[in-house]
Design a protein around this ligand. Structure first.
Ligand code: BTN
Length: 258
């Protein structure tokens, strides 16, 4: 029987972390975990505090998009207080933690679409949103938001059914959201501590990208670019080889694989 009884106590029970998830704030239903996490961070919540929702009614995606978080999905936000030099690595950290956890708990191979979507067989299974408040070179807080399509049928949601998948759709059965959340929190902590100890996660993130070598269409603000995704820089930006031979560095954007 798959364990799906999420609560602060069930998630915190036997959680093998030092600080990530040592405080869990769980809501069966919430507008967005990002909003609660921001409020908590502004009030000085302990580093590693996690806000989790059983379902979200106003989930937020990147570039002001809505994020669908129905019952059966995973929606969580983690509060961190990193040094400013670590900020570009939080996206890498989060996507790698998701790839590792999906592999360990569901036995499924996933890949990262630059900058931070996680795909299975070319379809989106997870979205990541990093929001931070920075004053000068001081990070007041950073929040990693992770949404995973875990146990629901994407065919029930026409707005995403052509581009998305879920773990249960891929496996033909439900997975334990509890196991996946716990594994994710352990992986986030491990990678965060690796960074803080001076280690690098860039190489592994790069190796897990589905984007490199592919012809892509990139929308970055008002600008649109076409080219071959040739490389990613250590700061996470994408280097795009254009048809005129020039190389364009793109810091943030939305990629469509051609
Ligand atoms: C994207 O792909 O555009 C990012 C989606 C991020 C969704 C997660 S779900 C948990 C957290 N709460 C939100 O409202 N958004 C993030």
């Amino acid at each position: 029987m798959v364990e799906n009884n999420l609560s602060s106590a069930s998630i915190a029970s036997n959680l093998k972390t030092r600080f990530i998830g040592q405080r869990i704030i769980y809501y069966p239903k919430l507008t967005s975990t990002m909003d609660v996490a921001r409020r908590e961070a502004q009030q000085g919540a302990a580093e590693g505090t996690v806000v989790i929702a059983g379902e979200q009614t106003a989930g937020r995606g990147r570039i002001k998009r809505a994020w669908l978080s129905p019952k059966g999905s995973i929606a969580l936000s983690v509060i961190l207080y990193p040094g400013v030099t670590y900020l570009p690595f939080l996206i890498m950290l989060a996507s790698l933690a998701v790839v590792h956890s999906i592999d360990k708990v569901a036995g499924l191979k996933s890949q990262v679409k630059w900058p931070n979507d996680v795909l299975i067989n070319g379809r989106k299974v997870c979205g990541i949103l990093v929001e931070s408040e920075v004053r000068g070179d001081k990070v007041n807080y950073a929040i990693i938001g992770i949404g995973i399509n875990a146990n629901f049928r994407v065919s029930d949601f026409p707005e995403i059914s052509s581009i998305a998948t879920s773990l249960s759709d891929e496996l033909g059965r439900d997975i334990s959201r509890l196991d996946l959340i716990q594994c994710l929190l352990v992986e986030i902590e491990r990678l965060y501590l690796t960074l803080q100890a001076g280690g690098s996660i860039y190489e592994e993130w790069r190796d897990n990208l589905v984007t490199l070598g592919r012809r892509v269409h990139v929308k970055s603000g008002e600008d649109v670019y076409e080219g071959i995704a040739e490389e990613v820089a250590r700061d996470g930006s994408l280097l795009l080889r254009r048809s005129d031979g020039s190389l364009t560095k793109i810091v943030a954007g939305d990629v469509t694989l051609r």
